[in-house]
Design a protein around this ligand. Sequence first.
Ligand SMILES: Cc1cc2nc3c(=O)[nH]c(=O)nc-3n(C[C@H](O)[C@H](O)[C@H](O)COP(=O)(O)OP(=O)(O)OC[C@H]3O[C@@H](n4cnc5c(N)ncnc54)[C@H](O)[C@@H]3O)c2cc1C
Length: 496
Amino acid sequence: LPAVPLIMQRSYYDWNYTAEVDEFEDSCRRTPSYELTLGKMLGGSSSLSYMVYHRGQPSDYDSWAEIANDATWRWENVLPYFIKSIKLNDAQILQSVNKKYYGTDGLLQLTKDHRKGIDEFLDAYRELGHDVVLDFNENNLLGFSSQMFTIAGRSRQSSAYAFLSPVKNRRNLHLLKNTLVTKILFDESKKAVGVKVLTEDRKTMTLRAKKEVIVSAGVINTPKLLMLSGVGPKQQLECKNIEVVSNLPVGENLQEHVEVIIVHNVDIGPLPPPTPYELTGFSFTGFISLNQSSKIPDYQQITYVTLPGPVLYYCTFAFRFSDEVCNKIYKQGVNRAQAYNEIININPKSRGKVLLKSTDPEDPPIIKNRFYSNKDDIENHIDYILNFLRVMKTIYYSEIDAVMADAAPKCNKYRKESREYWRCYIMCMSSGTSQITSTCPMGTVVDSRLKVHGVKGLRIADASVMPTITRGNPMAAVIMIGEKVSDMIKQDHNIL
Ligand SMILES: Cc1cc2nc3c(=O)[nH]c(=O)nc-3n(C[C@H](O)[C@H](O)[C@H](O)COP(=O)(O)OP(=O)(O)OC[C@H]3O[C@@H](n4cnc5c(N)ncnc54)[C@H](O)[C@@H]3O)c2cc1C
């Protein structure tokens, strides 16, 4: 069911991790610490994500290639891997020049949001001088468009559904569900030779690898597993009496898109009630550069237009703001619709980290997101918000009588248009997006073939290997990494 993410967070299907309280935070969330979501099931977080498909910017991959010192990561070389996995269901794009950026026989199905009401909102952004584009691709890096989702018909295309189900009967595929990998095992020559696992019925097993071990445990659990196995910062491992196999900056360099929520009350006529078969509310997204001459976006905007009831769900369940904040927003929207705007910093300078709490594999790690620890991130976010708010002066927004919901009463002591007000508002109404990357990046932890430095027979293939977070939603890049690493593995074993 595509719309499940809101109710699966903090359930059995989430790792239920909580980050440390950042000293510079003054959040209006229900708890002072950030409760992040990570999917704990087949398909990982793609099974409870918001399914937004965006590839990031060509310049993201060109800079990865530079950091990894390997031209195969350049945009033109990774694009075929993006295309390979896709089956696009969109007649308009398939009949346009943008067709060349998509596959039509891949395993991951994509559908564009064409729900009624989007075009009128996009007109407002056109009036501000933004391009309204059919699709984001290397010719259209900036502008506004409806969103592309990993949905087909009424089904969520999680990576398990898309890629695993078609091959589930292969005789050489074995899958243990509800099983925790607790350690990577190395021989005396530092070659990874297998893993130790804990099964659902609490049996310990050793699984031997004939060729290599490939870890795809995600951006928090991959560094945790590596550290438990002796691959990580020497000082940290020694403090925990873990024998050091390779001294690497594992867990450092955590990057996450941070967003600020601004809700507009609007009059747009009746909207259909929410169903579990699609994300509630029609939506659109924009990639915006503040510098007119730059082609690289500074921030992303995602807007969901829906009824106050579903906005209450987003507010409380997804972004976990306090009841006081969410009730206040809800009450201001009664008998109207609400536009739930996410203003996202897609190029954060702040860096967080993952550390081991203990040597017990069942213990959660210590997570420090350190949002806004780099003060430039706050000042930049104020600039993004001020730029976004220009939309209130457009013809369509005045026609629909758009009014910003007062979500942060504690900031009303400041003058509304002042930077002090927005500094306070950002601290109150910002949240991580669970779009996290880069804790085992190419360059310092893995090489460009995703092999872990200082050991043999061990590769990582997940969001942790990205040297920098993409300026777009990262799941598409994770799937591209999966496609690319498959070829690299085959090449390294002379199968391709
Ligand atoms: C609520 C939410 C919404 C999101 N929305 C979007 C979106 O709209 N668009 C987008 O592009 N991105 C989105 N993301 C981010 C996106 O889902 C992730 O970037 C992507 O799933 C990362 O893939 P991964 O393979 O690195 O890790 P994961 O998806 O985290 O997968 C890791 C898998 O490994 C398993 N695992 C971990 N440790 C162990 C262990 N020790 N033993 C056995 N198994 C283990 C986990 O259970 C999980 O199944 C969202 C994320 C969340 C949480």
